[in-house]
Design a binder for this molecule. Sequence first.
Ligand code: IMP
Ligand code: MG
Length: 185
Amino acid sequence: MKNYPEIKSVLYSEEQIQKRVGKVATEIRTAYQDEGKFSTASPNSESLLVVGVLKGALYFFADLTRELKLPLSMDFMQVASYGDETVSGGDVRIVTDLHTDVKDRDVLIVEDIVDTGRTLEFLVNTMTERGARSVKTCTMLDKPSRRVIDIKADFVGFTVDNVYVVGYGMDIAQKYRELPFIGYF
Ligand code: IMP
Ligand code: MG
């Protein structure tokens, strides 16, 4: 890749990502509206709470929330399971917690990638235990071949093979998050 000599290949270009994010946003908006939620007819109802999982989901979160066109509020959570390695330890813990009480809220979790599924399972369980009214999940990438926990995100950007990807928020040892595309080595 010109400008990024370490990156062997582009898996999804900026244009492909933006196009797909728009479609996922429409899927999500339709799903909530089909449940009669967040309609303009009831403007005083509680907004959707969109929870971004730091740091990997930052660009997906930023792009998706702008396309959702639903009344929403935002909060963030940072969890860790990996350190700087590329294999999952299995143990998920909260590094930075939400500032929002999720009790009786409709929560949409926004993740960068679902790999073993441990992080997503932990997040869904956490929101449920805290009394969320509903929990939906959304991930930019899904890597089903690596799954350890039987869990599937409600909304998926792209399904990828078992390759380690970087860019569009995703890192290896904290590097390459800022790439505007998704690539691999
Ligand atoms: P899980 O708990 O194993 O599903 O891991 C989820 C987290 O691992 C993701 O939110 C990412 O932060 C990280 N991760 C898994 N696979 C990749 C990858 O290919 N590139 C970058 N980060 C990854
Ligand atoms: Mg993540």
